[in-house]
Ligand binder design. Structure first.
Ligand code: AAT
Length: 292
């Protein structure tokens, strides 16, 4: 790929952050896919620094180079809290990055990926091979349904539910930020069940972090916000919310399990120290979500 295109010799991608006063731009050296689905505009292009970039309605979902930060934090924090995760549901996440991380856990027997938009699955299969790498794994079933409806048929079934959703203000993501949806997730979990959801950035999307956390807290006995860096998401700092019917993300964390994790050398962000440290929140974030 040509690295230094001269001005005027490339196309420009611009993402406006919530509020519309600040944003992100990237050179588009090559457009690999552009399509309009029933739900959203789907694009995949190449950038010399970030590799393949996947965007929906002009909002960055993943880049090849930094997606590990987001997917590892969203997935391994809950997966390492459950003592023996066998059945896992990922809602959203049609690029496949979250299911790739889930399938690194040897106890997992069944994973359902519930992505609303078949065009995302097809684009990922063709143009995002590093995230969609497990799409043909026999343990994985892909369904194209609205996660907020699909979840309702399950009771006491999943060990882990991971919500890898688009922003609440974009596309169909809003369904995955309601209290009814979080309660349906709770009911679909087993007694030891654990949950994680992406809950936006505490800077440009500051209202949403508190809204999502408080709705999750109303649905689950245990709910805690944790954070990580995510370089191409707005503000670069990203929040996630862990929830469960009883297990605690710090007291029930066993670092030995992670030390002995067979796929440990594939992890580039998540480690024993990060698991613990990610629950330490900056003061302005504590204020935002209303905890001491
Ligand atoms: N894996 C990181 C990228 C994403 S993609 C989120 C996916 O959720 C999208 O492919 C979208 O089609 C899907 N989705 C949105 N709403 C629903 C729904 N109601 N049911 C099922 N799938 C849905 C996340 C990016 C994080 C935010 C970046 N700012």
């Amino acid at each position: 790929m040509e690295k230094n295109l001269e001005p005027g010799r490339h196309l420009l991608y611009m993402e406006w952050y919530t509020g519309g006063d600040v944003g992100l731009f990237m050179k588009m050296n090559k457009i690999l896919f552009s399509g309009q689905s029933e739900y959203q505009r789907v694009d995949v292009f190449e950038n010399p620094e970030l590799g393949r970039v996947f965007s929906l309605d002009g909002i960055t979902m993943t880049t090849e180079v930094d997606e590990f930060m987001y997917h590892e934090m969203l997935v391994h924090v809950p997966m390492f809290i459950h003592p023996n995760p066998k059945r896992v549901l990922v809602i959203g996440g049609g690029d496949g990055g979250s299911t790739r991380e889930v399938l690194k856990h040897p106890s997992v027997e069944e994973v359902i990926l519930c992505e609303i938009d078949p065009m995302v699955i097809e684009a990922a299969r063709k143009y995002l091979p590093t995230t969609s790498v497990e799409f043909d794994n026999p343990k994985l079933k892909i369904v194209n349904e609205n996660g907020a409806e699909y979840i309702k048929q399950f009771k006491d079934y999943f060990d882990v539910i991971i919500v890898d959703s688009t922003d609440p203000t974009a596309g169909e993501g809003g369904h995955l930020f309601t209290e009814d949806f979080y309660k349906a997730c709770r009911d679909a979990l087993t007694e030891n069940g654990v949950f994680s959801a992406e809950t936006e950035d505490p800077f440009y999307d500051r209202a949403w972090v508190g809204i999502a956390y408080n709705r999750i807290k109303n649905a689950f006995p245990v709910a805690k916000v944790y954070m990580g860096f995510m370089t191409t998401y707005p503000s670069g700092m990203w929040s996630y919310t862990f929830a469960s019917k009883g297990l605690d993300p710090l007291k029930d964390f066993n670092p030995e399990k992670l030390k002995n994790f067979e796929k440990k050398d594939t992890l580039k962000y998540y480690n024993e120290e990060i698991h613990v440290a990610s629950f330490a929140l900056p003061t302005f974030v504590k204020k935002l979500i209303g905890v001491e």
